[in-house]
Every structure is written in C-alpha cells, then in structure tokens.
Ligand binder design. Structure first.
Ligand SMILES: Cc1ncc(C[n+]2csc(CCOP(=O)(O)OP(=O)(O)O)c2C)c(N)n1
Length: 327
C-alpha cells in the first residue's frame, strides 16, 4: 500500500478512520430504520439525519464523558457516539422493554443521565434553556465540562432560543450552540422564516462569536468545534456554530417532501459528507477498498444483531407504566 500522507489536522489516521466509521454507522442505522418503517416494524416517529452526519461526528468526536449533549429529533447519531448501544436504540425505536425508556415514548424524548444525554421535549428550542441550566451548573461547580446543544434553523426563531443564548452570553457559559441549518423547517424554506443569510450572525447580539460553516465537511466541523470547546472549557463562554447542510429524506419518514425539487436534492446529494470524506481519506492512502468492506461488514453485523435483539425483546409490561416516576 502507498505511504500514508500527513494531514494538517492533529488527528491520527486511526482517529480519521474512526470518524469515517461513525459517519457510515449513522447512515446505515438510519437507512435500516427507514426500511423498517416501510415494513411497519417501527413504533416511533423516524426523523433521519441522513445527509447531516458530519455535524454529529464533528461535534461529538472531542467530547468527554462528563460533557452533556442536548440532541434533537434528527440527532440519533449523537446518542451512539455518547455511548448508547445499537441494541438499546433499536429497542427504543420498536418501543420494547429493552429500549432506553422501556417503551414509554419515541426516540426523540429519551435521555440517558449517566451518559450526559438530555431527553428533549417536543417543543423545539426548549432544549436550549436546559443547556443553559447545565452550563450554569458546570460554571458554579467550577468544572471544565461543557454542553453541546443542537437546534434547527427553524427552532432558531423561537423565544426559547433567544432567551437561552442571551443568558449564556451574559454568564459566559460553556455551551456550543450547534445550528443544523438543513434549509427547511418541515416544509418551510429558511428564506421564509428569517430575513438574514446566516443564523450565526445573531450571536453578535448576544455578545459571543458565531460562525457559519460547511456542515457537510466533517473536518471543518471538527476543527471549528475544537476551538469553541477550548474557549468554553477555559471560561471564555459560548459559541454559535451554524452548520449548513441538507436532509436527504423528508422531515420524517411519512413526509414525501414534495415541496423540494429533484434538482435541489440531487445537488445536495452531490455534496454527500460521506463520499467527500471517503475521497479525502482515499487520497491520503488512509482508506482502502478493503477497509471500507471491513467497516461495512462490521456495521452490518452490529445492526443485524440490534434488529434481532429488539424484535425478540418483550413488550413493556403495562404495570411498569407507573414505575421510574420522579415524584
Ligand atoms: C415550538 C414548536 N413549534 C412547532 C413545532 C412543530 N414542528 C416539529 S418539527 C418542525 C420543523 C423543525 O425545523 P428545524 O427546527 O429547522 O429542525 P429540522 O427538523 O429541520 O431538523 C416543526 C415546525 C414544534 N415541535 N415545536
């Protein structure tokens, strides 16, 4: 095999391959779920992140166990990178007793305290004030943990978003606000929901830095996030990072997305974050066809096992509906 070339990133080639693995894993898991929806096997709403994987990999790759994430409906990949197993996630999607919330709700609302994953509510933008609460806790405890809070460009127009960013700016809280700008809030294109080009510009009004980047470039996301993480951990406050991207599927698997043109979808598919990264790694002689086959085989085995496990898992016992209550 030709010699491996150096990159400007402080990442070993094993780390680059790990990033590639995660991109492929998220895509494969979402694709399997999408197929299972059509087979009538899934009991949860499915909002795939297909096309947006680079944002999750680039933001989660540098996280510590103690850091928290506040993910959205489309961010299942972040659960995996924070430590949720494929079996647990599949159990959750099939509303089985082996899922994270033991069949109580859809994947969107399940959190895992031990792993630092906040279970979001349906109200978009409402995860951001929670991120502020977490960030304030870290600041008061004088620990250098941080919070990564995700939101869509649609959610960026909510009052919660404004209030959260304002308070995070005033108190210099260790939060990365990650706007996943996938161009549409359900059927509403972004030019119909705000009058500026970049959501990132709003950060200035809250007293911290905002930057708009190519959300389909995993290394661009990673590099930007690294700087923001360093500032957050050293007490310099939040950063707003707007990642421009596109969701390949409809808003959810029941949405055929007729409000978009085929040309537009094709144009964005030509910017596939996985193909782009593949080409980059292959050019550096880090990724060979054998690697790809091995990674794809490994992922298929894990997902096949998760599906079998979840299908064989028992349904929740109705009597357990009143256990695990907070009060
Ligand atoms: C406060 C609020 N308003 C409306 C909705 C209904 N709703 C659910 S998803 C969605 C689109 C969200 O778009 P965006 O925030 O850009 O995230 P995306 O789904 O594109 O990732 C809407 C309007 C909601 N859940 N919460």
């Amino acid at each position: 095999m030709p010699p491996i070339k150096r990159t400007k990133f402080k990442l070993s080639h094993e780390q680059l391959l790990e990033m590639y693995y995660w991109l492929k894993f998220m895509r494969a898991f979402d694709e399997r779920l999408s197929a299972m929806v059509k087979q009538g096997k899934v009991r949860s709403g499915v909002y795939t992140g297909i096309g947006q994987e680079a944002i999750i990999v680039g933001t989660c790759f540098g996280l510590r166990k103690e850091d928290w994430i506040c993910p959205l409906h489309r961010d299942m990949g972040a659960f995996f990178m924070k430590g949720v197993s494929a079996r647990e996630m599949m159990g959750q999607m099939l509303a089985k007793s082996t899922g994270m919330s033991k069949g109580r709700d859809s994947a969107l609302h399940s959190g895992v305290n031990e792993l630092g994953i906040f279970g979001n509510t349906s109200m978009l933008g409402a995860n951001l004030p929670v991120a502020v609460g977490l960030g304030l806790t870290f600041k008061m405890e004088q620990v250098d943990n941080l919070v990564v809070a995700y939101f869509g460009e649609g959610a960026s127009n909510t009052g919660d978003c404004h209030e959260a960013m304002n308070m995070a700016g005033v108190n210099k809280l260790p939060i990365l606000f990650i706007c996943e700008n996938n161009q549409y809030a359900y059927s509403v294109p972004s030019e119909k929901s705000f009058a500026i080009d970049d959501v990132a510009d709003r950060a200035e009004g809250y007293g911290f830095d905002g930057v708009a980047i190519n959300g389909n470039d995993v290394l661009a996301v990673y590099q930007t996030v690294q700087g923001a993480m360093q500032r957050a951990r050293s007490g310099e406050g939040p950063t707003l990072i707007e990642c421009k991207t596109y969701r390949w599927h409809g808003h959810s698997e029941h949405d055929k997305a007729f409000y978009r043109t085929q040309e537009e979808v094709a144009m964005w598919k030509s910017r596939d974050p996985i193909t782009t990264f593949h080409t980059y790694l292959a050019g550096l002689n880090i990724l060979s066809d054998e690697h790809v086959a091995e990674i794809e085989g490994r992922i298929k085995t894990i997902i096949d096992d998760a599906v079998e496990f979840a299908m064989d898992s028992p349904d929740p016992d109705p009597e357990d509906a009143i256990t695990d209550l907070y009060a």
